[in-house]
Design a protein around this ligand. Structure first.
Ligand code: TXA
Ligand code: MG
Length: 356
């Protein structure tokens, strides 16, 4: 029985990201339908998929990831026509947003159909729905022709995977298939938007920004000031997340002042400690000579938060690979997808933010 096989050898298929090979897609879709676990690329991050109608396979997702059982999964679909298979009703706001943003990095919460197993939604009466834009995800979901529950394909607590190699590092030997299509695009996860309340409410900032949602729905869209670990909105937001091994300190303020502060801390540190600085191409520090124990990574331009979104998780994983012992990160401007980058950094910091 595939669904209970503990020591599965993982098949790794290198697929063309734009035109995935039909035989790989067919095999991966068959594995999904039969209850196996398949990691696949989406435009945000890689997902770890299972057939929603196999509760045992859904339980296995939690086991494989080491994911807390109260954290519900997003159901991935390939078309709007499939939505009523998993949701009780479709409000107008869903249709309006779907028209504009789907397929794309927006997940919407709707009332759940009874037929969706409780394991998928961790017992909640709602279901999270996402139609990803990546050609490999689309072909796989269309070929499998069943709704697929998929969290990010990382071990729980680690940075989400934006490369096939990240998935291989975390999950090889634990799942049946990995579709490796190279780097994902957006780089941070989808925006989670709750449509079951009075007003549409962002539970997790992501690939579709508050500004973009408000352009379509106006000011009715609610966005909490902070996505606090103490007051979680989406159940998954309460855990320490996206975290590299090294402690990360996040600095918020004007770039020159922030870098001045980081520079001070560098010189007061013992030489042996390996330090990484996550900053932007506009950095002054990048032009200065730094102690030999310090690595500087540029996430992209401060003016283009999409670049930092695309690179963030790769650099956080790189810090681990390089044996970095302490990370100082410069907060991005909290505009557009910059809000999602800020949110992930804040979580990686376990809430340790220094205001300058
Ligand atoms: O971009 C993405 O969304 C990626 C790709 C693979 O699609 N998936 C992803 O899944 O990030 P995951 O499981 O890592 O994060 C899902 C988030 C969690 O914070 C979870 O608590 C929330 O969505 N969520 C899922 N179902 C929910 C529900 N019914 N009500 C509230 N929050 C929900
Ligand atoms: Mg995740």
């Amino acid at each position: 029985m595939m669904a209970t096989k503990a020591d599965a050898t993982t098949k790794i298929f290198r697929v063309n990201p734009d035109q995935p090979e039909a035989d790989y897609i067919e095999e991966a879709a068959r594995v999904l339908r039969d209850g196996g676990l398949v990691a696949f690329p989406t435009e945000t991050v890689y997902g770890l998929g299972a057939n929603i109608y196999h509760p045992e396979s859904i339980k296995r997702i939690y086991q494989v990831k080491g994911r807390p059982g109260d954290n519900p999964l997003i159901v991935h679909l390939y078309s709007i026509e499939q939505v009523l298979e998993v949701a009780e009703t479709i409000p107008d706001s869903f249709r309006i947003l779907a028209d504009r943003f789907l397929p794309g990095p927006l997940t919407m919460i709707l009332p759940k159909k009874q037929s969706v197993p409780a394991e998928v939604s961790a017992g909640l009466p709602t279901v999270a729905i996402r139609i990803p834009a990546h050609p490999v995800a689309f072909k796989l979901l269309a070929e499998a022709a069943i709704p697929v529950a998929a969290p990010s394909a990382n071990l729980s607590g680690r940075p989400s995977p934006t490369l096939g190699s990240h998935v291989i590092d975390d999950l090889q030997g634990r799942i049946e298939v990995i579709l490796d299509a190279g780097p994902t695009g957006v780089g941070v996860e989808s925006t989670v938007l709750d449509l079951t309340g009075e007003r549409p409410r962002i539970l997790r900032p992501g690939g579709i920004s508050l500004e973009m949602l408000r352009e379509v729905l106006g000011d009715t869209v609610e966005a909490p000031e902070t996505f606090d670990v103490e007051r979680p909105l989406a159940p998954g937001m309460k855990y320490r997340h996206y975290a590299p091994n090294a402690p990360l300190l996040l600095f918020h303020g004007e770039l020159p002042a922030v870098e001045e502060e980081i520079r001070k801390r560098l010189t007061s540190r013992v030489e042996e400690e390996k330090v990484a600085i996550l900053t932007f191409t506009e950095s002054e520090l990048a032009k200065q000579e730094l102690p030999a124990n310090v690595i500087l990574y540029s996430l992209g331009s401060k003016a283009r938060p999409e670049e930092a979104a695309h690179n963030l998780f790769r650099y956080l994983r790189l810090c681990d690979q390089e044996g970095v012992e302490r990370i100082y990160a410069v907060a991005p401007p909290r505009q557009g997808v910059g809000e999602a980058v800020y949110n992930r950094l804040r979580k990686a910091a376990g809430g340790n933010v220094v205001e300058i």
